[in-house]
Design a protein around this ligand. Structure first.
Ligand SMILES: Cc1cc2nc3c(=O)[nH]c(=O)nc-3n(C[C@H](O)[C@H](O)[C@H](O)COP(=O)(O)OP(=O)(O)OC[C@H]3O[C@@H](n4cnc5c(N)ncnc54)[C@H](O)[C@@H]3O)c2cc1C
Length: 407
């Protein structure tokens, strides 16, 4: 137990879903705390809506300055974490500053993972950050302008997009991209029939994390939107305008339909198929990784070898890590656990909670799934809007949310 007559120093690294939740809850604590949030980004990025930037939404819809979230009595430090000294209980920042802690929460999130696929990182586009999503929107608008002067064959190739990865990000983008590009093409007097969007995945179905019947509904909705699905296509390589994939589909006799690699030409290749936890987690000495390549944690989300350090969000090796809902849930748990530790109380184990998936496919339609419950259509889409709005209201002022909506 820490001397409660002193202010306990709690340092949170990472201003994303998990980090903000820890801060929000600890900021309301009646205990004498000295709380610091360190983040390398002055904005909170709402990843579930990043795809909307690619189709023209404004940045204000998906990001909030940390200054509009973090209470005044919390120290906000925009800097990059680079290392840790566990013996001296301090972390080291890029600026050279050292920040000491009594409790440390590492909530560094994820980064793209290209699984070493030849050419993928160089030649594909991504929208896994605000800057990249905005750049992708600008790229598409420029492409459509340039297509006015192209031959029909060249325009057809350049206006063909392959999205690799049929998880939530790939599905959400595929659900809106075609419609948006058709609108833009019409504005520029380009034949909208030249727009083509394919969604490709190495798995047997879209959204493998939800039940098969829900996945089938999503596939049908995507096809209605004109998206061509290629499932069981494992991408092996990529260059600027071509994806090379192994077609793992079998014919009626159980033999591979295609024994040769398939070359799929496209003007734009977008990678959404993988993330891995931030490489900054590797700076912590003696951590071990789980089978799913997340940091091994104790039953109370601390490092097994150091109960002053909590691992939160995508980095932590728990059952449902990799979801915003899990990061929020863990943030809440960790804030409470820190208070309990300071008060010398027993900390009960963290119990992972399954999330609810609400994934929109185009405007006005979404799939909702919790365990075996599945619902789809307009009501599910409205629920997603409510979920997003409710989350924003939980972290910032109603006035700020109103301004986001106006923008
Ligand atoms: C495109 C996309 C769509 C998604 N859609 C959904 C969805 O619909 N539903 C869902 O539940 N989940 C979704 N997710 C997953 C969800 O966003 C993550 O699970 C969640 O963000 C994890 O929270 P976190 O706090 O661990 O990390 P993050 O929210 O990523 O926060 C990490 C923070 O750490 C900061 N940081 C990183 N490195 C450093 C450093 N060295 N020093 C200082 N600060 C640092 C970052 O700037 C960031 O602020 C999506 C993810 C992506 C990428």
């Amino acid at each position: 137990m820490i001397d409660s007559s002193k202010r306990t120093k709690v340092v949170v690294v990472g201003g994303g879903f998990a980090g903000i939740e820890v801060i929000r809850h600890l900021a309301k604590s009646s205990l004498p705390l000295d709380i610091t949030l360190i983040s390398n980004n002055p904005f909170f990025q709402y990843y579930p809506s990043l795809y909307r930037l690619v189709v023209g939404a404004t940045v204000n819809h998906v990001s909030i300055p940390l200054t509009a979230i973090v209470p005044k009595h919390v120290n906000l430090n925009i800097d990059t974490y680079t290392g840790i000294d566990q013996t001296r209980q301090c972390i080291i920042l890029k600026s050279g500053a050292e920040i000491s802690y009594d409790y440390l929460v590492m909530a560094l999130g994820s980064e793209p993972n290209y699984f070493g696929i030849d050419g993928m990182e160089t030649h594909s586009k991504s929208f896994l950050s605000i800057d990249k999503a905005v750049a992708l929107n600008t790229y598409f608008l420029d492409l459509i302008t340039q297509a006015k002067t192209m031959s029909k064959e060249e325009a057809a190739m350049k206006l063909h997009t392959i999205i690799v990865g049929a998880g939530p990000s790939g599905v959400e983008l595929a659900g809106v991209l075609g419609t948006y590009l058709v609108q833009q093409a019409k504005k520029q007097g380009i034949d909208p029939a030249l727009i083509k969007v394919d969604l490709l995945d190495s798995g047997a179905r879209v959204l493998p994390a939800i039940p098969e019947k829900a996945s089938a509904l999503v596939a049908a909705q995507l096809q209605k939107k004109g998206v061509t699905l290629y499932t069981n296509y494992g991408v092996n390589a990529c260059d600027e305008h071509c994806v090379i994939a192994a077609d793992k589909n079998l014919d009626a006799g159980g033999k591979p339909k295609n024994s040769e690699p398939v070359h799929m030409e496209a003007g734009t290749i977008i990678w959404t198929a993988g993330t891995k936890i931030s490489t900054a987690f590797n700076t912590i000495p003696n951590i071990t990784m789980t089978d799913r390549k997340r940091v091994q944690v104790s039953s109370t989300l601390t490092l097994p070898s150091d109960d002053k350090i909590f691992i939160a969000g995508d980095g932590s090796g728990t059952l449902y890590s990799g979801l915003a809902q899990t990061a929020i849930d863990q943030g809440k748990y960790i804030a409470r656990a820190i208070e309990q530790k300071i008060a010398g109380k027993v900390v009960n184990p963290y119990i992972p909670q399954p999330g609810i998936f609400v994934i929109p496919v185009g405007k006005g339609w979404a799939i909702l799934n919790k365990k075996q419950f599945v619902s789809s259509g307009h009501a599910a889409w409205l629920i997603r809007i409510l979920v997003d709005g409710n989350y924003f209201l939980s972290i910032t002022s109603p006035q700020h949310v109103l301004n986001m909506l106006k923008n």
